[in-house]
Design a protein around this ligand. Structure first.
Ligand code: HEM
Length: 385
């Protein structure tokens, strides 16, 4: 993804904001001064963003306490000494991509840059000699303008790329059923006499295809909503969520001789996130397990525990005795519209990934000798900072 950084366009921005060598020299001369405020800067950001309802969860859901503060600290520490080269652009670009992945409302990034300007202005006011102040202030403005332009470019490009992939996917996926429906109806129309059996077969084909499209459109709209919406987070019971989704799957698909095992951790675990989205996550992953399981030996097992790697996260393992066609390409299955099932929409796993990415969770598949395990990590609601 980092390969697609449009360096030429970003260099053009650099020229347009007027960040020339003179301005950079001004900043480099004071790089140590700014860097000596890195901890204060990170603490300031933490204070502001943990007091805003929509951004607080990002500070609560971290792999380890202080992870995000460290990101902000390092960003600030390097900012004033780095040359404006491809490495610099890669870093700023990646921040925009990451902000899209975690579904951060871009207005808060703008707010962050606004605060960073004020913070730097204060440093200059207090520590830079009056004759240099205005030129340093000016250089800081230009540098932050450039950073925000790069971040915003990456943010917009990433969002657009994702939307455009989905639109291309819909066009491609809808073409087939529409052609099947059209051809079936044409065949019917060309006949002088149509037997009841032929007509029934045609209606069935048309109905099957329209159901397929309906399901796909519903899944696409769920994916789109999750990808674009900033949702309210709260805690919900992991075990209740799983039980509910299992019951729904059992009602929907009857599997003869199903061996269903549920090995839940002794104490219930609370998970953090949007409860509706977590329900969608398990609904799609369990539907996937029910649809993929080996019908001659149908075993599905669901285990929960605290993630041994990061106990601030819960681990759910969903095993089924199905097979993956290409075990080396499990990641491909998370690409929208990629499905190995004739009736699949290819949106179930992308929906699951979109849900967990918002809350710093993870979802992956692993093919093992006798089946497939889906690993899901979710932030615990009962172990906040
Ligand atoms: C001036 C504003 C901001 C700057 C310069 C900035 C910068 C960055 C950078 C450099 C990264 C690392 C990107 C990567 O390597 O993947 C990052 C990641 C991230 N940012 Fe921002 N950010 C800003 C605002 C915010 C705000 C307001 C929030 C929400 C409170 C936020 C939340 C995050 C999160 C959750 C990550 C991922 C951290 C991780 O998993 O490592 N950022 N940001």
């Amino acid at each position: 993804m980092i390969n697609s950084v449009p360096y030429d366009r970003l260099m053009f921005f650099k020229e347009q904001v007027g960040l020339d060598q003179k301005a950079l020299d001004n900043l480099h001369r004071h790089a140590n001064l700014f860097a000596s405020h890195k901890e204060k800067f990170a603490a300031y950001f933490e204070k502001v963003f943990s007091n805003i309802g929509q951004t607080r969860p990002y500070l609560e859901v971290q792999d380890y306490p202080g992870q995000l503060q460290k990101v902000w600290m390092n960003w600030f520490a390097r900012l004033f000494s780095s040359p404006i080269d491809q490495k610099f652009m890669d870093r700023m670009w990646k921040s925009g991509q990451t902000h899209v992945r975690i579904n951060l409302d871009h207005r808060f990034v703008n707010l962050g840059y606004c605060l960073a300007r004020g913070f730097c202005k204060d440093i200059v006011e207090k520590h830079v000699t009056p004759d240099e102040r205005s030129s340093v202030d000016n250089a800081v403005e230009k540098l932050l303008d450039l950073c925000l332009l790069i971040e915003t470019d990456a943010f917009v490009t990433s969002t657009f790329q994702c939307d455009s992939e989905v639109i291309k996917g819909i066009t491609h996926q809808i073409r087939n059923p529409i052609m099947v429906i059209g051809a079936s109806m044409m065949r019917l129309m060309r006949r002088d006499q149509v037997s009841h059996e032929t007509a029934s077969q045609t209606y069935e084909t048309v109905l099957d295809e329209s159901r397929r499209m309906e399901k796909m459109l519903s899944d696409v709209s769920i994916f789109n909503e999750i990808f674009h919406s900033t949702s309210q987070w709260s805690v919900s019971s992991l075990h209740e969520q799983l039980k509910r989704s299992v019951e729904e799957c059992l009602k929907k698909k009857e599997l003869k001789n199903l061996n269903l095992q549920m090995g839940f951790a002794d104490a219930d675990i609370e998970v953090l996130g949007n409860p509706r989205e977590i329900h969608l996550l398990f609904k799609h992953l369990l539907e996937n397990a029910f649809e993929s399981v080996d019908l001659l030996n149908p075993v599905i097992s669901i285990q929960t525990s605290l993630d041994p790697g990061t106990p601030r996260f819960a681990l759910v393992e969903i095993f089924n005795t199905g097979k993956i066609t290409n075990p080396e390409e499990t990641e491909t299955l998370f690409t929208p519209f990629y499905s190995t099932k004739a009736t699949g929409t290819g949106m179930g796993l992308p929906i699951a990934r979109a849900v967990v990415q918002k809350i710093k969770g993870k979802v992956s598949l692993q093919a093992i000798e006798d089946g497939v395990i889906c690993f899901i990590t979710l932030p615990r609601g009962d172990s906040r900072i």
